[in-house]
Design a protein around this ligand. Sequence first.
Ligand SMILES: N[C@@H](CCC(=O)N[C@@H](CS)C(=O)NCC(=O)O)C(=O)O
Length: 212
Amino acid sequence: MSDSKLAVAPKMKLKFGPNSPYVRKVLILAIELGLEERIGRELVNLSPYEPDASVIAINPLGKIPAFVTDDGMPLFDSSVVCEYLSTLAGDTAWYPTAGNARWHALRCNALANGMLEAAQLVRLEQVRPEAFRYDKWVQAQTAKVLRGIAFLEGKLPAEADVGAIAVACALGWLDFRFGDLAWRESAPRLAAWFEVFGRRESFASTRHPGQK
Ligand SMILES: N[C@@H](CCC(=O)N[C@@H](CS)C(=O)NCC(=O)O)C(=O)O
């Protein structure tokens, strides 16, 4: 192999699945920062009941995104990987460095992650054998998602920062898995914001398979 080939071989590694909104966050930021080509992707098919050994070798929690840095360090979760990519690129736009812009970006990221966790618990509950489902639990988790939507309707994400990416991925995943949630009816400002963010090439090109 020539030296030039060695120079372009991706060193960073991403264990990914096409349906994961957390993976999507990482991919969108990588695209926006121009780092996409430097990340080798490895598809994994995860079951919550049967962990994947190759993922566990990177992330003891067995979750994706599971990432390996340019110099070989295993890294997780999506928020840490996004911050790593931003630092690697010398970026200050996607991670605002100071003031309320920074804290709003970080809280939008935290909120979006929490909404996704709650929504994913609902989804897991829905695919359990009927005798093991607990409606009250589903209602409590759904309420978290809806309160998150209401918060964001009052305090929209910025046009383009890590919080915006996270919120867009959460809304995209809600549309993907909970199309009947009709969140737009109670959140028209957020819906308009999402419409605009959704025009970004990085968002369109990372759509979950089968999603409109
Ligand atoms: N907080 C984590 C969540 C990652 C996560 O839950 N990933 C899901 C896929 S969307 C997963 O790997 N689930 C497998 C499992 O829970 O065992 C992050 O931000 O990366």
